[in-house]
Design a protein around this ligand. Sequence first.
Ligand code: FES
Ligand code: FES
Length: 156
Amino acid sequence: MHLTVNGRVHELRPASAETLLESLRDSLALTGTKLVCDRGECGACTVLLDGEIVYACLTLSAACEGATVTTIEGIAEPDTLAPLQRAFIAHDAAQCGFCTPGQIVAAHALLAANPRPTDADIREAMSGNLCRCGTYPKIHTAIRAVANGEFRTDAP
Ligand code: FES
Ligand code: FES
């Protein structure tokens, strides 16, 4: 099967029960996407599949023929971190960091669809991503800051 990941086409031969998360991490060495619960509860494995948020631990690779996937590695810009990544750092929005890639991918999808989200929009969009360290207020602040234009790519 063919899968376009972060703009690069890959040829894969996944086992019938192989998940997209296993293909990304084990076949493509894209280990930014995390395995935590492995049952669709935490959002640590969040990626974009044809622009839509999915849990990669619940997605069969074999069902993704011809699809386009964006992982956390595809969010950063060529010469710099993405605004969301810089905002998470600036606002100390990661503690252990295990949930952070999924949080950022989910926030990226939110801001792509809704660049001016309300606080309720942010809470709703991020409700599928759990953080065991409890950094929710800082995650929210970081996303709010990007939505307010504080971390634009052309900003210093
Ligand atoms: S590892 Fe996929 S939702 Fe938790
Ligand atoms: S920063 Fe540790 S789980 Fe979120």
